[in-house]
Design a binder for this molecule. Sequence first.
Ligand SMILES: [Zn+2]
Length: 247
Amino acid sequence: MKNECSVVRDILPLYLENMVSEETAESIKEHIENCPDCAAEFEAMRSGKTVEKIGEEAQSDIEAEVLRSIKNIRKKFRKKVLRVGSLIAAVIATVLIAGGLLLHFFPVYRIAQISLNDYYSKDQMKMVLYIGSASDRREAQSVLRLADKAFNDTRHTREENEAEYGLLARYATPTDSYEDAAYNLHTLELWSAHLEENEGWIWVYYSSETYAHLGNVICGSWRIPSLWKVEKNESGEWVVVDIREHP
Ligand SMILES: [Zn+2]
């Protein structure tokens, strides 16, 4: 190899990248045209670079393709996860609603509130396991309204209360026992109603506080489950004929 050739070969990579001066480029071009060895070397270099470039492009194509499939898989997976997620949410919601409805109509937890003592019979306790039919509950409202009135009453004597409310008079605050009674606050909840043709049972749950004029509590009962036996009187109204309440 001539000395000039070795100089040209050293510069060839720069020449290939157009990183030489115009002057140098011109003389290298001239040399290559007259020297088959260097021309061959130059060709080899140039095609090698092309191959490398094509390889790069091909690789980036493959990468793009792989990325695309990963994205697709992810998208599909996400969709699937969403679908499974909403399915699980629907199942949970259904179970919760069904459970809520079940506990509403069959409130077993109330048994715990009355089974602490053995005052009530099993049959009586069983009655709180079901709130009762809609029509039984509707009919029981008349009894609840009278009881509500009795709870509110702090204006009459025991005798007057008994005449007005019958057995429910026990929930009024009689003036002959509590001279100072001013007003009453209470909650009264119908737990269940089970009515036959002319008689039936009502479970109620109440708390009651009677206050004096100065605002102090003078008597009260708190969180009391109570079982009322009711009968229809001659006018077809439900009347409380027995109250079973743990003493
Ligand atoms: Zn040469």
